[in-house]
Design a protein around this ligand. Sequence first.
Ligand code: GRF
Length: 215
Amino acid sequence: MMAPLRLAVLISGNGSNLQAIIDAIEAGELNAEIKAVISNDRSAYGLVRATRHGLHTWVVDHHDFDDREHFDAALQHYLENVNPDFIVLAGFMRILGHRFIQAFADRILNIHPSLLPASKGLNTHQRVLDNNESEHGISVHLVTAELDDGPVIAQSSFAVEAGDTVEDLQRRGHRLEHKIYPRVLRWLAAKELYIEQGRIFFEREPLDQPIRFQP
Ligand code: GRF
C-alpha cells in the first residue's frame, strides 16, 4: 500500500469540489489525507464542510496584508509546514505570485470551468453562451506562472444545448468537476500520473494531450 497523498486544499467559497475529494477519501476511493483546508475568506462555506469532517482549517484573509507578496509569503510559510504533496486549488479566487508558484513547482493543481486553453479567467459559462459554442467542459491543470495556462492534465466535456443558461452549464460542469478532481488525485496517489519539471507523465508516457475523461 502506498503512503496516502498529502493534500492541502485552498478554497474561497462553497467548497463543493473539496466535498467531492473528502467523499472520495471517506469512501476509500482515494488514498489521500487532507492535511489542511485554507481559505482566504472566513465566510467560505467550504470551511464548514471541512470542520464537519474534522479537518484542520486556516483562514488567511488577504485584507490583513499590505500587498500580494506578504499574503503569498504567509501562505507559503504555512504550507511549507504542512508539507503537502499537492496543493489543490478548488475555487480559490486569489492569483498566486511567481515566487509562491516556484516554491511549489509541479505541486499545484487547479480546476477550471472551461476546456482550456479556451475561456481562461472568469465568467467562462457566460462567454461560452455569448460565443454560441456547442461544446463546453472543465479542465484540471498544473498551475504555472501564467493565469490558467499550465499544462492541462485532464478534461471532461459536455454539449451546450439550445436554451441553456449559465446555471445549467454551471450545474453540468460541477457534476463533472466532482468526478474528475478526485480521479486525477487518485492517479497521482497511485503514481500512474506524475509531474516532473512541468511535464506530465501518465502511465509512464509523457502526456502530449490532456486525458479525456468522460465519467
Ligand atoms: C468551480 O467551478 C471551479 O471550476 C472554479 O471555482 C468553482 C469552485 O466551486 N475554479 P466549489 O467552491 O468547489 O463549489
